[in-house]
Design a binder for this molecule. Structure first.
Ligand SMILES: Cc1cc2nc3c(=O)[nH]c(=O)nc-3n(C[C@H](O)[C@H](O)[C@H](O)COP(=O)(O)OP(=O)(O)OC[C@H]3O[C@@H](n4cnc5c(N)ncnc54)[C@H](O)[C@@H]3O)c2cc1C
Length: 404
């Protein structure tokens, strides 16, 4: 009997286990530091689990940006349609939301995880929880810290699926980075992705508008331009539109030391019509009423104009119109990585072969968010975790077959 050790019981590790379960002559064991597997997967289900997306595959693959070409063959082998078929195979229905996002029935992760773990156990997969991986012993065995003390596990093949570096309380703390780096594996620094940003709001603005959604709005930076909504926080901004533009914002901050999101607070209005309407005499109207009546700008949008523009711009109709269509919002820093929905950086693809085996550590494969790719929210994160887990599982099968 040959033994495969999978370290990390998130979606990537569990999909790798599924690929290997019930293979004759293989014993599959999943190790996780937490008391139960799949904690972040469950958290992803709290706000409505979005597991994949129904758009055509080329558009889907393009969401992985610089890693689209690398991930394309993996998504060909196990892509969005395979994810849906797999969920249906667990007895859970899916539905497609109006945005094309695909959700499991009731938008919950718990029934899906329960059914999945039940099936894996039935297929003979062993689970060892409260096992924190701490690297390798001199003889190549995996070293774990457990409540019963230190334990070493020898395996014929290993899959590391340790997650990124956000929401450490759910298990993914990025503590694996030095363990791989000290074995000479190239690991790109972990960075927050799909994260909020700090903004130096005045106390007045923050008290008045924290928690308010800004919508509809178009935001742009560095050639990216998206319509949607975001939320004002006490010290910054967060929400779907900000997450979607987080990578270029984060990278601009890292390169230039400063970054601005450009907001169009009046999507659907042209600059010319806005300027003409705002140029009409104000009479006894306050600036607030004039903005509301002539430009449809009120509440938090009007607050943003007051917060970010000098007083003389507020009273010059042509400059005010221009600012409504292109309001620079300076951000000072991404929120800390632990708060991010996901993590960029990780094990470099150059360190891996086409089935995600570490070239310098034969028999050790990596999968999931710990790899160096990033993607927006919309189901792209979980799909790539499942696809890379699937590929690593297949890679282990091929590798063990070649050695038998
Ligand atoms: C609030 C929130 C909402 C989200 N919503 C969505 C969504 O709707 N759609 C979507 O596609 N994605 C979503 N995501 C992202 C998605 O959950 C992750 O991308 C995905 O869970 C990563 O899977 P993974 O298997 O690579 O790693 P993880 O799920 O992070 O699992 C890694 C596992 O490894 C274990 N581990 C780590 N280090 C060790 C160690 N040293 N020893 C032993 N075990 C260890 C951890 O305990 C953990 O169980 C969301 C994330 C968050 C935080």
């Amino acid at each position: 009997m040959r033994r495969v050790a999978i370290v990390g019981g998130g979606p990537a590790g569990l999909m790798a286990a599924e690929r290997l379960a019930a293979v004759d002559g293989l014993e599959v064991a999943v190790f996780d530091a937490m008391p139960t597997p799949g904690r972040k997967f469950l958290m992803a289900g709290k706000g409505g689990m979005n597991i994949t997306h129904a758009e055509p595959l080329p558009a889907f693959v393009a969401r992985y940006g610089a890693r689209a070409t690398t991930l394309a063959p993996l998504l060909d082998a196990f892509g969005p349609q395979a994810v849906r078929d797999w969920i249906h195979g667990l007895g859970i229905a899916t539905f497609v939301g109006s945005s094309g996002r695909v959700f499991p029935a009731e938008m919950k992760a718990a029934p899906l995880l329960r059914a999945w773990l039940h099936r894996l156990r039935g297929q003979g997969v062993h689970f060892h929880v409260r096992h924190r991986w701490q690297g390798w012993a001199a003889d190549g065995a995996l070293r774990f810290a457990t409540p019963q003390g230190k334990r070493q596990v020898a395996a014929d093949a290993v899959i590391l699926a340790l997650g990124g570096g956000s929401w450490a309380r759910l298990g993914s703390d990025g503590a694996w980075v030095p363990l791989l780096a000290e074995r000479g594996i190239l690991v790109e620094p972990l960075k927050p992705a799909n994260c909020g940003f700090d903004v130096a709001w005045s106390a007045h603005f923050s008290e008045r508008f924290a928690g308010e959604p800004v919508k509809p709005v178009i935001a742009s930076i560095a050639g990216w331009c998206l319509q949607g909504e975001f939320i004002i926080t006490a010290g910054g901004i967060e929400g779907g539109l900000v997450y979607a533009l987080a990578a270029p914002l984060r990278d601009a901050l890292a390169t230039d030391g400063h970054a601005e999101l450009h907001l169009d607070l009046a999507p659907g209005r042209t600059l010319a019509s806005l300027a003409a309407d705002l140029a009409r005499p104000r009479g006894h109207d306050s600036l607030a009423s004039h903005l509301r009546r002539r430009a449809g700008i009120a509440g938090v949008k009007a607050g943003l104009l007051r917060e970010l523009l000098p007083p003389e711009t507020l009273t010059a109709s042509d400059r005010l119109a221009a600012a409504i269509k292109d309001l620079p919002l300076p951000v000072s820093a991404p929120r800390p990585i632990d708060e991010a929905i996901s993590t960029a950086g990780g094990v470099a693809f150059a360190a891996l072969d086409e089935h995600l085996m570490l070239r310098d550590l034969p028999g050790v494969f990596c999968a999931g968010e710990m790899l160096d790719w990033e993607a927006p929210t919309g189901g792209y994160l979980l799909t790539a975790c499942l696809a890379t887990g699937h590929s690593a599982g297949q890679g282990v099968r091929n590798w063990l077959d070649r050695r038998s």
